[in-house]
Design a protein around this ligand. Structure first.
Ligand SMILES: [Zn+2]
Length: 191
């Protein structure tokens, strides 16, 4: 297992549209998946997408679990999601804090669908269908964006971006006043 270097914002690979993975998985792709899982674990990441390690492929790992960065995350087995698609999504959007391994020391409240119906292939090449909700749906949408060259900062106004240090200070407060509206519900500091 290898810990892979994380591409940082500004790297062109983070802005590219990724390519589908072919089955059966090549030994190199299989190793990439193992290394992605290992890298997510070592960096306390709850998800990591292939473009974040400079591999422009439609592949990410979902690995929700509690950690210092995400103390309220539900626990799930790290799962490789290959050639994923969002089939349907809730009309309701929910705000929650996000960060990104490719954009260190920054956080912002991002509005995402409360649930998503998804399809993806597992490592055996079997089509999986699932509905994810709340925090796991948030991770899925964040990682899915990476496959299309979209970063969480693209969803927020520059003035709503805050430092990790500032986040630690305010994370138990409600959403920033500028983000709050009577019609929107919120997750409380879940990510
Ligand atoms: Zn990210």
């Amino acid at each position: 297992m290898n810990k892979l270097p994380i591409s940082q914002i500004g790297a062109p690979v983070l802005r590219q549209t990724s390519q589908d993975v072919e089955f059966p998985l090549s030994p190199a792709i299989y190793q990439l998946i193992i290394d992605l899982m290992h890298t997510a674990e070592l960096t306390n990441g709850v998800g990591i997408a292939a473009p974040q390690v400079a591999a422009s492929l439609n592949l990410f790992i979902l690995a929700s679990r509690p950690s210092p960065r995400y103390p309220h995350a539900p626990t799930m087995e790290p799962t490789a999601m290959i050639n994923p698609k969002i089939i349907d999504r809730s009309s309701e959007n929910i705000g929650g804090w996000e960060g990104c391994l490719s954009i260190p020391d920054h956080r912002a409240v991002v509005y995402r669908a409360q649930w998503v119906d998804v399809e993806y292939f597992n490592m055996q090449g079997e089509l999986q269908r699932n509905r994810f909700s709340d925090f796991v749906a948030r991770i899925f949408q964040h990682e899915y964006d990476h496959l299309y060259g979209v970063l969480f900062v693209d969803h927020v106004r520059p003035e709503d971006l805050i430092s990790e240090e500032e986040y630690q200070r305010v994370c138990f407060d409600p959403l920033p006043r500028s983000m709050a509206s009577p019609s929107s519900s919120q997750e409380h500091s879940v990510s």
